[in-house]
Design a protein around this ligand. Structure first.
Ligand code: NDP
Ligand code: 8X3
Length: 252
């Protein structure tokens, strides 16, 4: 049996850590993302462990996604695990001030990109009657916070799509898991704050956030359980993070 994992957004953060974790386990890796030089560096780094097939791919481009999956070399064409990880948050402004381009990019990446990749990969999994789709959701899909508006809504979509996928795949031997992390230190906040690294660093400072390796270990665990076990969802926060009280405004 082949052991092939396709990871979107493997150039950084959770995706790169997941590639490293599975490479240690001898898996063949299909690593994709927009930054080719990062993919090349990852392939070089992991070459001692495994073969890495890199795909420079923007998941917002439906045609490019379909072509890339259709043109996979035979050695990696039978994908066992898809990790829909590519995604981003842009901005923390309130909805009434938010940038529409940011909202569109989050929707095009976190929702539509995830759909394009899933739609391209699923038929092969169903045909082979085995496979596992791991979606990277977020606690932001479960819990509201100021400025989370569109980002959180995209992750709520991912949660419900994951559940609906399970129903479509009933009896097909294909598993679906939604992983819902909280605060984790990656390039996520530098992207959200549009390159303001100081602001991103301040968010993580002293917070003891989750690490990319914490998440890649969860991806590994959920996918290595026996085939009859489906972990539907894993919500995970750093111990330092919890909920706030509901807010009451007295000036409205
Ligand atoms: P990073 O910014 O470190 O990684 C994001 C990855 O997504 C990069 O590899 C990036 O690659 C890729 N990506 C972004 N846009 C596209 C695109 N259009 N096409 C292809 N790839 C793209 O952040 P994380 O590792 O933290 O984020 C990974 C996932 O985890 C995201 O879905 C995020 O929403 C989610 N998440 C993150 C949390 C956190 O606190 N860090 C918590 C909960 C969920 P490239 O730029 O090369 O295209
Ligand atoms: C990332 C976690 O809380 O910053 O999805 O939205 S959070």
């Amino acid at each position: 049996m082949s052991k092939t994992i396709f990871i979107t957004g493997a150039t950084s953060g959770f995706g790169a850590a997941t590639a490293r974790r599975f490479a240690q386990g001898g898996w063949q890796i299909i690593a994709s993302g927009r930054r080719k030089e990062r993919l090349d560096a990852l392939a070089e780094e992991l070459s001692a462990h495994t073969a890495v097939h890199t795909m420079t791919l923007d998941v917002q481009d439906a045609e490019a996604v379909a072509d890339a999956v259709a043109q996979l070399p035979a050695a990696v064409a039978e994908i066992d695990i898809l990790v829909n990880n590519a995604g981003l948050a842009l901005g923390l402004e309130a909805s009434q001030e938010a940038n529409l381009d940011d909202w569109n990019q989050m929707i095009d990446t976190n929702i539509k990109g995830l759909l394009y990749v899933t739609r391209a990969v699923l038929p092969g999994m169903v045909q082979r009657r085995r496979g596992h789709v791991v979606n990277i959701g977020s606690i932001a899909g479960n819990w509201p916070y100021p400025g989370g508006n569109c980002y959180g809504a995209t992750k709520a979509f991912v949660q419900q799509f994951s559940r609906n996928l399970r129903t479509d795949l009933a009896g097909k031997g294909v598993r679906v898991t939604n992983i819902e992390p909280g605060l984790a230190e990656t390039e996520f906040s530098a992207v959200r704050f549009k390159g303001d690294q100081d602001k991103a660093d301040q968010l993580y400072e002293g917070a003891h956030p989750l690490t990319p390796e914490d998440i890649s270990e969860i991806v590994f665990w959920t996918t290595q359980l026996p085939a009859h076990v489906n972990i539907n969802a894993v919500e995970v926060m750093p111990t330092s993070q919890s909920w706030s009280a509901l807010t009451v405004s007295r000036d409205s």
